[in-house]
Each structure stands twice: as structure tokens, then as C-alpha cells.
Write a protein that binds this ligand. Structure first.
Ligand code: SAM
Length: 240
């Protein structure tokens, strides 16, 4: 039976109790009218448990945690996503979460529109809410990390994944699939997707200087959000 899944806000160190607080508790208490004794799946500290509601209040719903169940690991993929139009970017963030991404680093690229770059720092809390909701909805046991937006140089300096792949519409030969097939099967991967105007020539060189391979998704120019989702789908198909 498929039970609704929640990602707990707090838990005790023995992982025998957990709680939802804030908006999650209000939703469960007021909208779903949870009652003591109801059973849900609850993720606490990255572990999936069968859990029984023990008390319900608008600001806190408490659970007794029962047996632990096997949890799926996230894809070992970090997405460096240039900041682009927020509604399209939020769609990409939600879908990337459903596809299993482990970490998202929003990047302020040269061609990120100025007003979006300025607003990005405030937008990050909304992006974190989106990944949390998408993680629950897609029955993940973890919530991807969303970093604070970083200028490209700092984002590249922070990328220590052994396999670093820049999605580039200018690349004609090296496909994402080929790059994944020759890499170590367990290697963590970083994928970078540019803004609507694409990466500048200097940015593309900076990627090369930092050990990133350029890879193509084919001859068509994809929107940034399509490129992100296509790249994650291919990676997931080859690595799951
Ligand atoms: N500068 C481009 C233009 O106007 O011709 C468009 C950039 S595209 C809308 C945004 C991003 O999606 C690119 O920076 C790249 O990361 C990715 N992308 C789009 N099409 C791609 C393809 N065929 N292969 C690899 N990456 C692609």
C-alpha cells in the first residue's frame, strides 16, 4: 500500500519519535485532519520509517517511529544551473528533484539577466521549499541541497566531483551519453546548464580550465530547463 510520505522537521537521536512543524504540521492538522493512530511513512534523518501519529496540533504533529524501510539513494549528481527566468527555473528545480538530483547550485552567469541576478539571493528560500515539496511528492527519502547562488568562478571552485560535464550547444561530437559511458560508474557527477543566452566564450574557457568536458545533447538548441531535464534523464537512465 502506498502511504503518504512526510519528511520530518525534528526527531530524537534514537529515532523513536519525530515531528512535523510549521506549514507541514498545519497542512496535516487542518487540511488532512490527521488523527492519533493514523499511519504514514516518515523520513527522519534520511531514514524511512513506518510512523504512527501520537498527537496533533496546528503547529506540531508528533509521530512514534516504527520499523525502518530501505530507502533509495539520490542520484550522485549536482546540477549547476545558471539563473534564468524564475518560472522556468522553478519548473526545472522541481523536475530535477523528481529525477533524483542530489544538489543544485544556482549560478550567476554573465548572461543571467541583471534583475534576476539581484533577486536570486532572496529567491533561494522558495527554491528550497520547492525541492522539499517535490522530494516528498516523489517519495524521496532525502531533500536535495540548494546552495546560495554563486558567481561562476566560485561555483567552479566548489565543484569537486570527479566527473564534470558542461552542457554546451556548441559541442558537436562528445555526447553526454558517451562521456558517462567511459567514466567510472560510481563517480559523482556535476552537470552545468547555461542561461537562456548561453555561456559566453570566456565562461566556456573557464570551464575547460577547471577540468570540465563539454558535452552535447544533440543538434537542437534546447531551452535551459529542457537541457537540464534531458541531461538528468540520460544520467539517471545510465546510472540507476
Ligand atoms: N546561446 C544559445 C543560443 O541562443 O543559440 C542558447 C542557450 S540554451 C537556450 C541554454 C543552455 O541549455 C545552454 O547554455 C546549454 O547549457 C544548454 N543546451 C541547450 N541546447 C543544448 C544542446 N543541444 N546540447 C547541450 N546543451 C544544450
Amino acid at each position: 500500500m502506498t502511504r503518504r510520505r512526510w519528511i520530518a522537521d525534528t526527531w530524537n537521536t534514537e529515532r523513536t519519535t519525530a515531528a512535523l512543524t510549521g506549514e507541514q504540521a498545519a497542512h496535516l492538522a487542518r487540511v488532512l485532519r490527521a488523527q492519533p493512530g493514523q499511519v504514514f511513512d516518515v523520513v527522519a534523518d534520511g531514514f524511512l520509517h513506518r510512523a504512527e501519529v501520537t498527537s496533533v496540533a496546528d503547529d506540531e504533529v508528533r509521530f512514534a517511529l516504527h520499523e525502518e524501510h530501505e530507502a533509495d539513494a539520490a542520484l550522485p549528481v549536482r546540477l549547476l544551473l545558471a539563473v534564468f527566468k524564475f518560472d522556468h527555473m522553478e519548473w526545472a528545480i522541481e523536475k530535477a528533484t523528481e529525477l533524483g538530483v542530489a544538489r543544485i547550485t544556482p549560478v550567476l552567469a554573465r548572461r543571467t539577466e541583471k534583475h534576476l541576478a539581484q533577486a536570486a539571493a532572496k529567491r533561494v528560500e522558495r527554491w528550497r521549499r520547492i525541492v522539499r515539496e517535490a522530494a516528498q511528492q516523489s517519495r524521496r527519502t532525502d531533500v536535495p541541497t540548494v546552495d546560495d547562488p554563486l558567481p561562476l568562478k566560485l561555483a567552479l571552485a566548489s565543484a569537486d566531483e570527479p566527473l564534470k560535464l558542461l552542457l554546451a550547444e556548441t559541442e558537436e561530437e562528445n555526447t553526454l551519453r558517451a562521456a558517462l559511458e567511459v567514466a567510472q560508474p560510481e563517480a559523482a557527477i556535476a552537470l552545468a546548464v547555461g542561461p537562456e543566452g548561453g555561456w559566453t566564450a570566456e565562461e566556456m574557457q573557464l570551464f575547460r580550465d577547471n577540468g570540465w568536458q563539454h558535452v552535447t545533447l544533440g543538434p537542437r538548441i534546447l531551452r535551459a530547463e529542457t537541457a537540464a531535464i534531458a541531461a538528468l534523464s540520460i544520467t539517471s537512465a545510465l546510472r540507476s
